[in-house]
Write a protein that binds this ligand. Structure first.
Ligand code: ZN
Length: 165
């Protein structure tokens, strides 16, 4: 499944208040660990570059949004949408996504019509559909694990070497 390309969405616009309000209602539908990962995904409390590189620290200078690239493919901004639905930079991501989409389309066949939508619109639809919460939460948990196994990509121009004065 190939989604249309679309500009990434600023963090404050990513999820509506309705999505966030729904967290408590939806958490009971999945396992504890999946629910924790899902909540972290919704409130942007995760280790993806889009959040991690928002602030400078001892290891890197502030990284502009468009330079917070995916640690696996370097081909797009490493945000939730890229990690969950777009990135093909790690074989496990592609496998997890294929399994996820197979389950989702089996459970909700009408979503197949969204194959021409942008990945972001598709993700919003998934999050808004409470029948899919357990599937989405499982995917989020597994994908976050894949990302957390590899170090964040910091552009060399922003990296602060330990031996710098
Ligand atoms: Zn990627």
């Amino acid at each position: 499944m190939q989604f249309q390309r679309r500009k990434t969405i600023p963090a404050r616009q990513r999820w509506s208040k309705t999505h966030l309000k729904d967290i408590r209602c939806q958490r009971h539908m999945c396992s504890f660990t999946d629910g924790v990962a899902y909540t972290r995904f919704l409130v942007s409390d995760h280790k993806l570059a889009i959040e991690e590189l928002r602030h400078a620290n001892r290891s890197w200078r502030y990284v502009e949004r468009e330079s917070r690239l995916c640690r696996f493919c370097h081909a797009g901004v490493e945000d939730e949408c890229h990690a969950l639905l777009v990135c093909t930079g790690h074989p496990r991501l592609s496998r997890l996504r294929a399994d996820f989409l197979r389950d989702v389309f089996t459970s909700q066949p009408d979503l197949r019509r969204m194959t021409s939508a942008s990945a972001y619109d598709f993700l919003l639809t998934l999050v808004a559909n409470h029948n899919l919460t357990a599937h989405v939460a499982r995917l989020v948990y597994e994908v976050f694990r894949v990302y957390e196994e590899k170090e964040l990509y910091v552009p060399p121009t922003h990296f602060i070497r330990a031996d710098n004065p």
